[in-house]
Write a protein that binds this ligand. Structure first.
Ligand code: PHE
Length: 507
């Protein structure tokens, strides 16, 4: 890139608008374009690390017209002192001084000389010298201001000490102007080369498939880049329905559980819930196991002992499953298959909190993972809505009552309950509701009373019962927003138009 040439006249016009003309205006426009192009080229070379750049700053000062006058004649204050009689008690009248120095110099000189205590008003109204200047020859009266200007003219700045203070004073007196110069120093970077390599910006499917991503040169990520401003935005339907559920839970006095552990041990996901280690839900066909690291580090040892015992031999009125419990199996890390893993860990905490167990109503709404073939109604990851109530003496009647209140708040009435099976609840109930549009009974949730084999080893006191229920967040969302294929709700097949055309909010 070659910079367009700028004539001296045009360069002058740059600092002095009075000298601008149409012709040099065009040169400036051209130069501005060139600067922009140069900055683009620089940015690109910097991002490739072909160059490194340092920002430098420098201030230079230069005398202004008044400063040049002062350089020639000396400072008004020194000129005034020199004009005064060098004799104690003798003065010179203002009129005389005005004639000698001129009105401006006298005015300036007076204010500075009086401030410096170099001159004073005598009782007869004339101006005279002070003790500081009496008896001094002209040569002994050093003109600091003039010397400073000489230094500035020669070097563009002042040497320490107090350079900043002195410059500020000179600027205040309009004797000098200071300009800040920002410039850049450029040097060869780590990737310096005379040819520009084209760097990859996107990781493509083809690169992943061929393995070429391993050696491909990638462009460095620019974390300072501003994102493109989206033309429109809306909450995702799942977020809106989640908000409705959250509000219902809060209205009913529930507290939200922390659900930030997508990776969980099999212990919390299955064993603590009295799910036997041979249960089909624990197969690779159903569960995603973590490869690296494969095993959990921490499982509460005491509690694990009691869980092992209840699986192998039973207890609390149960005969157990009577199989050899494998510690390695319980340590296996999984992507949690249900939020009941969270409920279980919370119930254990509740039983062992300082001060002992206190009744609680807890809920969670978050993501779970199942190794399922994806189709119109199934995803390998979805969201569960789950509530648990732990209190003394609650019963199946409470569970049914809770379900009726909870679903009514969602506008779902006419519930039917069907006996079902969960390893961790007994009795278990599937919840159905009559769907007008489909003209049939549809399952809306799963629920039950947690088994003593799960609750007692946790340390929950005798007499405390826990009810729980769960449902997916996707199903009610699909019904509410008339989405027929779940893949249009979540994942890479979501039509952009559904995002663009969504109303801004809907609660
Ligand atoms: N965990 C159950 C599921 O994944 C839901 C459930 C929660 C059932 C609590 C009973 C009690 O379907």
């Amino acid at each position: 890139l070659i910079a367009p040439e700028v004539s001296t006249a045009a360069a002058d016009a740059h600092t002095d608008p009075a000298k601008r003309s149409e012709a040099n205006e065009a040169v400036f426009k051209e130069r501005a374009r060139w600067q922009l192009a140069l900055s683009d080229v620089l940015k690109s070379l910097l991002s490739k690390e072909m160059l490194v750049m340092d920002k430098l700053e420098e201030s230079t000062s230069a005398p202004l017209p008044d400063g040049f006058v002062l350089l020639q004649n000396g400072s008004p204050e020194i000129r005034l002192v020199k004009a005064l009689p060098n004799e104690a008690g003798a003065g010179k009248s203002i009129d005389e001084l005005k004639q000698l120095l001129g009105a401006d110099t006298l005015k300036n000189g007076q204010s500075n000389a009086f401030r410096n205590k170099w001159a004073k008003k005598l009782p007869d109204g004339t101006f005279g010298r002070t003790d500081a200047t009496l008896g001094k020859s002209d040569a002994e009266l050093t003109d600091d201001i003039q010397l400073q200007l000489v230094e500035i003219l020669a070097t563009g700045s002042l040497a320490a000490p107090d350079a900043d203070k002195k410059l500020a004073e000179l600027r205040k007196r309009k004797l000098v102007a200071t300009r800040k110069l920002v410039y850049f120093s450029i040097a060869k970077g780590a990737q310096f080369s005379l040819t520009v390599q084209k760097l990859e910006t996107d990781l493509t499917f083809e690169m992943l498939q061929s393995g070429s991503w391993k050696t491909a040169p990638f462009k460095k990520y620019n974390f300072d880049a501003e994102g493109a401003v989206p033309a429109s935005g809306a909450l995702h339907p799942l977020l809106k329905v989640r908000e409705e559920f959250r509000n219902i839970f809060f209205e009913m006095g529930f507290t939200e559980m922390a659900t930030d552990r997508f990776v969980e041990s099999s212990f919390w996901c299955f064993d603590s819930l009295f799910v036997p280690q041979q249960h089909p839900a624990r197969d690779v066909q159903d569960t995603f196991f973590i490869k690296d690291p494969p095993y959990a580090k921490h499982i509460p040892e005491d509690y694990l002992k009691r869980v092992t015992q209840v699986h192998q031999e039973g207890g609390f009125g149960s005969v157990g499953y009577r199989y050899p419990f494998d510690r390695r199996v319980t340590e296996k890390l999984v992507l949690r298959t249900h939020t009941t893993a969270v409920s279980s860990a919370m119930l254990y905490k509740l039983a062992n909190q300082p001060g002992g167990f206190k009744p609680a109503k807890l809920f969670s709404i978050d993501r779970v993972f199942r190794n399922e073939a994806v189709d119109a109604t199934h995803l390998a990851e979805f969201h569960q809505v789950e509530g648990v109530v732990a209190d003394y003496g609650i019963t199946l009647g409470d569970l049914i009552g809770f379900m009726e209140v909870f679903f009514k708040k969602m506008g779902v009435t006419n519930l039917r309950f069907k006996p079902a099976y969960n390893p961790y609840t007994e009795p278990s109930l599937e919840i159905f509701s009559f769907h007008q549009g489909l003209n049939k009974w549809v399952e809306v949730g799963n629920s039950g009373m947690f088994r003593p084999e799960m609750l007692r080893p946790m340390g929950l006191p005798e007499g405390v019962n826990v009810l729980g229920w769960g449902l997916s967040l996707e199903r009610p969302t699909m019904i509410r927003y008339a989405v027929k294929d779940i893949r249009e709700l979540v994942g890479h097949k979501v039509p952009i138009s559904s995002v663009e055309n969504a109303p801004a909010t809907r609660f």
